[in-house]
Ligand binder design. Structure first.
Ligand SMILES: [Zn+2]
Length: 310
C-alpha cells in the first residue's frame, strides 16, 4: 500500500484527492488525530502480537512490509520519519533488523523510547554440533539467535513485559488483554506440541534455508542438522564446500525434507534436493499469513513441518 501511495505521489494528484487517498490508505493517520499514542514495530510477526495486545488503545504501525526479509530490509525517508515521531518503538534486537540498525540507533540517541523484545527473554545461543561450522560469527557456538517468534511461549514473555512498559511509559493499561493473550499463546503452544507429536523422534531433524528454527527446535524437541545458508542471517555467503558438507549431513542424518524460506535461493535448494533425493518444502518463517495472525503463522509452521516429516 505504501509504495502504491508513493507512486501516486510522484504522478502528482491534486492535493485534496491525495489527502483522501492517504486517509484511506493509512488508518494510522486518522487515528493519531484522535490523540492516540503511536507504537512503531519493526517487523510483521512482532507487530501482529503488539496489535493483539493493544487493540484500539494505540496506533500500531509496522515498518517492514509483510513478506520482506527482515534481515535485509532498509527503511525509506518516510519510514525513518515515522520511527522518529513514535511514542514507542518495539524492536526485536540481536541484529535481526540488519538494514534498520542505523536508523534505530539514531532514533534512540535522539530520545525516542524503545522496547527491545530480546532484552526480556532467555536468549537462545547456537549450540555445539548445530549445523556446519564456518567462519561466520553468526554461526559460531554461543552466537545469539534473533528468531524468537518461533516459540509462542517466548512471545508470551515478550507481550507480558511490553504490557508493563506500556503502562509505565505511555500510560496505556492493557493488563486484561495481556492476560488473555498469554492464555491464548499457552493454548497455541500446547496445540503445536500436539501437532508435532505425530513426527517420530527419529525424523525430528531440520534442514532449513538459514538457521531460523532454533527456538522452535528447542521448544518442540527437534534437532538442527544444518542450513543452506549456514548462518543466523539470510544475508551470509555460502561456499561450495559448505554445500557439500550439508549434503553429507542430510544423507548421514537421513533427513526427510529440506525447508526453504524467504532469502533461500530456490535453484540451490532444488539442486541439493535432487542430489540427495530429499523433498524440498516451502516454509513461511519470516512473514505473516494472509489473515495477519501470529496464531495462524505458528499453526502453519507446525502443520507444514509435521506434514513433511511424519
Ligand atoms: Zn532469519
Amino acid at each position: 500500500m505504501v509504495s502504491h501511495v508513493r507512486t501516486v505521489l510522484r504522478a502528482g494528484l491534486p492535493v485534496l484527492a491525495l489527502v483522501i487517498l492517504l486517509a484511506q490508505a493509512s488508518p494510522a493517520l486518522g487515528a493519531s488525530v484522535a490523540g492516540k499514542k503511536t507504537i512503531v514495530v519493526t517487523y510483521s510477526l512482532l507487530g501482529a502480537i503488539v496489535r493483539d495486545l493493544v487493540g484500539d488503545q494505540a496506533v500500531v504501525i509496522v515498518s517492514m512490509p509483510n513478506g520482506q526479509d527482515p534481515h535485509e530490509w532498509e527503511p525509506s525517508a518516510k519510514d525513518i520519519e515515522t520511527i522518529n515521531r513514535a511514542n514507542l518503538v518495539v524492536q526485536n534486537g540481536l541484529g535481526l533488523e540488519g538494514g534498520m540498525e542505523k536508523t534505530l540507533h539514531q532514533a534512540k540517541a535522539a530520545g525516542v523510547k524503545f522496547f527491545t523484545a530480546s532484552d526480556h527473554i532467555q536468549v537462545r545461543r547456537v549450540g555445539r554440533g548445530e549445523g556446519i561450522p564456518t567462519g561466520d560469527p553468526d554461526q559460531a557456538v554461543g552466537a545469539k539467535d534473533p528468531h524468537l517468534w518461533m516459540d509462542p511461549t517466548v512471545m508470551k514473555t515478550v507481550e507480558l513485559a511490553l504490557a508493563v512498559r506500556l503502562k509505565a511509559d505511555l500510560g496505556i493499561d492493557v493488563s486484561d488483554r495481556a492476560r488473555d493473550l498469554a492464555t491464548r499463546l499457552d493454548s497455541l503452544d500446547q496445540e503445536t506440541a500436539h501437532t508435532v507429536a505425530q513426527v517420530p523422534p527419529a525424523n525430528r531433524r531440520l534442514v532449513t534455508g538459514h538457521e531460523s528454527m532454533g527456538y522452535f527446535a528447542q521448544r518442540y524437541g527437534f534437532r538442527l542438522v544444518g542450513a543452506i545458508i549456514p548462518s543466523l542471517t539470510s544475508q551470509a555467503q555460502v561456499s561450495a564446500a559448505e554445500l557439500a558438507a550439508l549434503k553429507k549431513l542430510i544423507q548421514k542424518n537421513q533427513v526427510q525434507a529440506i525447508f526453504t524460506e524467504l532469502g533461500t535461493s530456490p535453484a540451490v535448494a532444488q539442486a541439493i534436493g535432487k542430489e540427495t533425493g530429499v523433498r524440498v518444502v516451502e516454509l513461511t518463517t519470516h512473514s505473516l499469513p494472509e489473515d495477519g495472525s501470529y496464531f495462524t503463522f505458528v499453526r502453519n509452521l507446525g502443520s507444514v513441518i509435521t506434514g513433511a516429516l511424519k
